[in-house]
Write a protein that binds this ligand. Sequence first.
Ligand SMILES: Cc1ncc(COP(=O)(O)O)c(C=O)c1O
Length: 385
Amino acid sequence: MKRVYLDNAATTQIDPQVIEFMVAAMNQYHGNPSSIHAEGRVARAAIEQARKKVANYLGASIGEIIFTSCGTESNNMALKCSVRDLGVRRIISSPTEHHCVLHSLDSISNVGQAEVKYLPVDDKGRIDMAQLEQWLREDDTKTLVSLMHANNEIGTMIDLAEVSRLCQQYNALFHTDTVQTMSFFPINLSEIKVNFLTGSAHKFHGPKGIGFLYMNKENIVKPFIDGGAQERNMRAGTENLHGIIGLAKAMEVAVENMEQNRAHITAVRNYFKARLENEFEDIQFNGDPDYGNYKVLSVSFPASPKGDLLLFNLDINGVSVSGGSACSSGADAGSHVIAALHGNSDRKTIRFSFSHFNTMEEIDFVIDQLKKILPELVKNAASIV
Ligand SMILES: Cc1ncc(COP(=O)(O)O)c(C=O)c1O
C-alpha cells in the first residue's frame, strides 16, 4: 500500500549517503575512542574530525561542541547546569517551548533553584519582545533566556540576532533550542552570540540517539552525566562513535544542499497549502505566515464528526502526520502550543511537515485522502460523487 510520510518534524529518514558512510565507518572502526592503542586512536580521530566539521558549519570552536544522546539531553544540560554552575537565578522562556525544555524548567522551579517566567505569545505564536526587554531591564538577577529558534508544532521563529542583542545588552545568557532548524537554516555563531545551542541528528536525516550541545567557551559548565573523561571531560560514557560520524555526515549533506532543498520543500509546502485553500471550506493555518519554518504547515480543520479520528483515518489511508508534536500525538492529549495560541478550541490541528524527499504527486495523494475522509468540508461537495 502506498504511504506518504509528512511527519518530518518528528523525525526524518536517514539520507542514503549517510547510511553508506556510517556502514563504512562501522566496518572500519570498532575501537573504544578512550583506548590508547591503535584501534582506539583511529576511533578518537574520527570523532574529532566530526567535531571539527560541526564546529566549522556553526562558526564555533572545536572545544565548544559536545556530543550528547539527543536534543532532549542537550537542552536539559544547558538549562540545569547553567543554574547549578553559573549562578543563574531566573530563566525567561515561553509556554510554547518543547516539553524537554518546559519539563526541565518545571523541575528547576519546583525545587526552588531559580525563578521561571514565561513570556506572553500572540495568536501566531510570536513572543512578546517588548516584555522580554522590560523584564531584562527591570531586574538584574542573573538570567538565562531560553527561546527556541523555530517551534516544532507551528514553525513560528524568533529572530536569533535580535534576542541575542537584547541578552548581551542586559548581560543575560541565551540558550536556544535549534533542533528544528539545525542544518535547514544558516547559523553563524561567530556573528550571532549564543551561550548554548542544541541539535539532534535525526531531525536532519541523520541517525537517532545522537545530538550535540554547543556551549560558548565563556560559559563552560560541569558535566551533566558523571563518570569517565569522555567528550573532553564534559560528558561521561563511551561515545556513540558511529552516531557521531553519522551526525557530522548528515550535517555536511544537508548544509551542502540547503538552498536547493529549501526551494523544493517550500514549493511542495506552498502547493499543498494552495490546494487545501482552494478545495476545502474554512481551512486555517497556525503559526506566523511571515516568519516561519518552511518545513512545517500546521493546519486547523473546522470541527466535524470525523475530526477526532482524522489522524487515525489519515494513517489507515497511507498518510503519516502528527497531531501536535510527535511526543503528544501518541496520547493525542491536545497540544500545549495550540492551547497557548487559541485557548480551547474544537477545531482539529494537524501538523504536516515536509522533506526534500516529498513530491508534488504525494501531495495530490494526500489531498485525495483528505477529500475521502472529510467530504463535508470539500468545496462544491455536490459535484463530487
Ligand atoms: C524543538 C525540539 N526540541 C527538542 C526535541 C527533542 O529532540 P530529541 O528527539 O533528539 O530528544 C525535539 C524533538 O521532537 C524538538 O522538536
